[in-house]
Design a protein around this ligand. Structure first.
Ligand SMILES: Cc1cc2nc3c(=O)[nH]c(=O)nc-3n(C[C@H](O)[C@H](O)[C@H](O)COP(=O)(O)O)c2cc1C
Ligand SMILES: [Fe+2]
Ligand SMILES: [Fe+2]
Length: 401
């Protein structure tokens, strides 16, 4: 198991890096085989310190305070700022408070309400445009509700041009040690960032766009972005921003994602067949709805122009893992602007073929009709029909591109 550590990221600005290699799932839904990092920050001004956030209770508050002691005497922490109250950043706050004296806790008004109901803790409410001082240093408050909770704020440390961006600009992946964006395999890192966006943030993509716009209208041009998950950005801010904008706008690639379910392998053969046909025209990725990380599936759907669903009928219904994926896409409005097509395999019948287009439309998809139904693996003439169907799907996807 990796251990918490710290690093200086600016003049008297310290990053407390808390790697989580213990949780198998983030929010107990999203698989995190590479773990996740929780980032807290300490800023010193004159002889007082301000702590931004804490961490999920993966380590104890004693363990975190032990790391803080390597930087300063914890009793010098006179202020704590809570950027948003989700327990992956606030989980240790009560324990830390009881170990470092009696600091003032700052939060937005919504967060104040949540802190009271979650931890029975009173906070000092700050509003958009307010300033929190640490000695003679200024942290500017930028209220940005709904990234991805209603209570969020960013803080901007003016003298060092550091933006503390809460869950925006984050990524999955636990860090062995605190690292900047130019000290890692950035391409690999952006996969983790895209998966984090496609699962945790994507529902609130319009709010992220508003946030980026607000930050730029305020004339804030950070030299460092310090998020609550993942690496600290200093050299690749522009590249990250470009990708983030494309994800927020759900920019489509000439790409089709195939999602299939299978119990005994016949439907999988149909998916392989489709993959072959589609790959001649456009990029294609294929996911088995069972056993594949939900993160990979949602991340591939995010920038696909079309999605092909292939499901066997299960006890009269859509194969449940496919239903679950469609429900996640509905919650996250992931079908918006995308074309979908549906193939159903069966032996004796059921309502799946009628139900699945309704669910897909609800998730925002445009659905190619009619749904194709085959009894088990198609015979020769069915296969020709299937090929025509796939061709018309590809044409429609490219038309919509
Ligand atoms: C547990 C189970 C339940 C099934 N329920 C139905 C059903 O309600 N209606 C139907 O037409 N076929 C049903 N089938 C048949 C499958 O949908 C059909 O054989 C399909 O082609 C299997 O694809 P697979 O080999 O990829 O699992 C069921 C099969 C299984 C194993
Ligand atoms: Fe969060
Ligand atoms: Fe978070």
């Amino acid at each position: 198991m990796l251990a918490p550590s710290w690093r200086i990221i600016g003049k008297k600005v310290y990053w407390l890096s808390i790697p989580d290699t213990k949780s198998r799932l983030f929010e107990n839904i999203w698989p995190i085989p590479n773990g996740v990092n929780y980032n807290a920050y300490l800023i010193a001004g004159d002889d007082e310190y301000l702590l931004i956030d804490s961490s999920k209770a993966i380590f104890t508050s004693e363990e975190l305070v032990r790391v803080i002691k390597e930087i300063t005497d914890p009793s010098k922490i006179r202020k704590i700022a809570v950027l948003h109250t989700e327990p992956d950043h606030s989980g240790l706050i009560s324990g830390i408070l009881s170990r470092i004296g009696n600091p003032i806790v700052y939060s937005t008004s919504r967060a104040s309400f949540f802190m009271r109901s979650m931890f029975n803790l009173e906070t000092n409410v700050v509003k958009d445009g307010d300033e929190i001082t640490i000695g003679n240093r200024i942290l500017r408050v930028i209220e940005l509700p709904w990234i991805h909770w209603p209570d969020t704020m960013f803080l901007y440390l003016e003298d060092e041009k550091i933006l503390f961006s809460s869950d925006a600009f984050g990524a999955f992946g636990a860090l062995e040690k605190p690292v900047f964006d130019d000290e890692i395999d950035f391409v690999k890192y952006m996969h983790e960032a895209k998966e984090y966006f496609a699962t945790v943030v994507v529902t609130y993509r319009q709010m992220v766009l508003r946030a980026l716009d607000k930050v730029s209208r305020l004339g804030i041009n950070p030299e460092i972005i310090a998020p609550s998950h993942g690496a600290v950005l200093r050299s690749r801010i522009k590249e990250f921003m470009k990708e983030l904008l494309s994800w927020c706008n759900m920019e489509k690639k000439r790409k089709i994602t195939i999602i299939y379910g299978t119990m005994y392998g016949l439907t999988e053969k149909l998916a392989e067949f489709a993959k072959n046909i589609i790959s001649r025209k456009v990029e294609v990725v294929m996911h088995n709805a069972v056993g594949n990380d939900l993160n990979h599936v949602l991340s591939d759907v995010l920038d696909s122009a079309g999605v092909l669903f292939i499901t066997p009928i299960y006890e009269g219904n859509i194969f449940p893992p496919i239903t679950n994926l469609i429900e996640l896409m509905r919650i996250k409005k992931l079908g918006e602007g995308k074309i979908s097509a549906v193939v159903v395999t069966k032996l004796w019948g059921g309502a799946a073929a009628n139900k699945i287009p309704i669910l897909l439309k609800d998730a925002g998809y445009d659905v190619l009709s009619p749904v194709r139904e085959y009894v088990n693996y198609p015979n020769e003439s069915d296969l020709r029909d299937y090929e025509d169907f796939l061709q018309s799907f590809i044409d429609k996807v490219l038309e919509n591109f």
